[in-house]
Design a protein around this ligand. Structure first.
Ligand SMILES: C[S@@+](CC[C@H](N)C(=O)[O-])C[C@H]1O[C@@H](n2cnc3c(N)ncnc32)[C@H](O)[C@@H]1O
Length: 234
């Protein structure tokens, strides 16, 4: 995935990146840490605004791209697992964006992410998560698949297991010469309320919950949330 991750448009479009960087810059009050920093899509523009940014990333291929990009040398990346890897320092903000909490596919693992975030925060520090909500309301009784794209050359669908809260995001692409590719990415979903409990287990409390980076109100119709928890002061 690293090879194609920085293609222009989509999640890399300025209208997607800039609102996230605006909010993170506003919430930061000192050094910040991105969990699952990827290729620096958010970390590099945030560092360019003068915020000291570090990152943890599991994939050497993704992390390797950070250093190769303009401004990437400002972001110090530690190879590791965000459920347990510790980096030195105390941070004003830890953030985990673009649905990546769901890449940890067990409840215990997700709790460990919250604990590890809290362990890096100074008292009063903030943990930000951006994640989509599972589309369960579109799931008719007896079915487990929700299609989200049906275009020429591309079909996308999610397949849910409502017992384990695991789901796979499935992407079928067919190039004009007829070559097909099927990618299946495993996730675990958690409702915002479950994440609030994970935060409490880790010693944090909800401070803000928005429907998006524009800080709009989170409602029953929201398809994602940007949530901010605060580490308790002793
Ligand atoms: C969707 S990308 C997001 C990258 C970046 N945060 C962004 O917004 O562009 C997900 C990233 O999470 C990383 N990742 C998945 N599980 C991880 C874990 N347990 N610890 C650290 N990184 C992880 C993957 O290697 C991948 O780079």
């Amino acid at each position: 995935m690293a090879a194609g991750y920085d293609e222009p448009g989509g999640a890399n479009a300025p209208e997607v990146v800039t609102p996230a960087v605006d909010v993170l810059e506003d919430l930061a009050d000192g050094p910040v840490l991105e969990f699952a920093v990827g290729t620096g899509r958010i970390a590099i523009p945030l560092a360019a605004r003068g915020v000291p940014v570090s990152g943890i990333e599991l994939s050497r291929a993704m992390a390797g791209r950070v250093a190769s990009k303009p401004g990437g040398d400002a972001v110090e990346v530690t190879i590791g697992d965000m459920t347990k890897t510790r980096v030195e320092g105390e941070f004003s903000l830890v953030y985990l964006v673009y649905n990546t909490i769901g890449n940890v596919t067990t409840q215990d693992g997700q709790v460990d992410v919250f604990r590890n975030a809290a362990a890096h925060l100074r008292p009063g520090g903030l943990f930000v998560v951006e994640v989509g909500l599972p589309d369960l309301r579109r799931l008719p009784p007896g079915q487990d698949i929700v299609p989200f794209a049906m275009e020429r050359g591309y079909v996308g669908f999610d397949q849910y297991n409502v017992v384990t809260q695991e789901f796979t995001s499935n992407h079928v692409t067919v190039s004009p010469d007829g070559q097909g590719r099927f990618r299946r990415i495993p996730f675990r979903y958690a409702w915002p309320a479950e994440m609030d409990l994970m935060a409490r287990i880790a010693g944090m409390r909800l401070k803000y919950r928005w429907a998006d980076w524009d800080r709009s109100e989170f409602t029953a119709e929201s398809t994602k949330h940007v949530s901010v928890w605060e580490r308790a002061c002793p």
